[in-house]
Design a protein around this ligand. Structure first.
Ligand SMILES: [Zn+2]
Length: 190
């Protein structure tokens, strides 16, 4: 029992609700997950252009040398629409917003010395958001929308792409909520 309780302490030390998590399985899902604890006490980890810029760089979507752009409000609106998409409750404005952003996605380019320049990491925050919107569209195109699930823990709210063979993944991560559930089951059995 001591070992199990200690592991809860470790998880708490490892992560705060203000931290970013990368368990979504796709960039667009990780982006939606920047709003933490959505069901009980929402914590928005994108609280300004610095945070958005840093998140995009940390995710590998944006080049670190890129300028800041005033796109935070638009990014938050896109995140809201992507959340609606993943919950399959799209409204008209969500559809047009996702389409508009996806059209701004970066494209590969041919150079004079016959090379193809990769489109990611992108060189503008708008391109990066376009990449995220298009990633969500690809989830639909690949027939995976029904595999986007929300963590089974009542206070978590994180989403993930369930890539388990049986399609029965329950937790955003075993290390986080899976472990918490294990501990509370263990306590209940005492
Ligand atoms: Zn969770």
């Amino acid at each position: 029992m001591i070992e199990v309780v200690l592991s809860v302490g470790t998880v708490d030390l490892l992560e705060k609700p203000t931290d970013w998590v990368w368990d979504g399985g796709r960039p667009s899902i990780d982006f939606v997950n920047t709003l933490r604890r959505k069901r009980i006490a929402p914590v928005d980890t994108i609280d300004g252009v610095e945070a958005l810029h840093k998140w995009l760089i940390t995710s590998g979507i944006l080049k670190s040398s890129t300028d800041r752009e005033p796109v935070v409000a638009a990014a938050i609106a896109l995140r809201h629409s992507l959340d609606h998409l993943f919950e399959q409750r799209l409204e008209f404005e969500d559809i047009s917003r996702i389409n508009t952003w996806a059209a701004l996605r970066p494209t590969e380019a041919l150079t004079a010395d016959l090379k193809i320049i990769d489109s990611v990491p992108t060189v503008s925050m708008k391109n990066a958001l376009g990449f995220i919107a298009y990633d969500a569209m690809l989830i639909v195109k690949e027939g995976l929308l029904n595999r986007v699930r929300e963590c089974g823990s009542h206070d978590c709210g994180l989403k993930f792409l369930d890539q388990s063979r049986g399609g029965n993944r329950q937790w955003c991560s075993m290390r986080r909520c899976g472990n918490r559930a294990k501990v509370s089951r263990h306590r209940a059995s005492l």
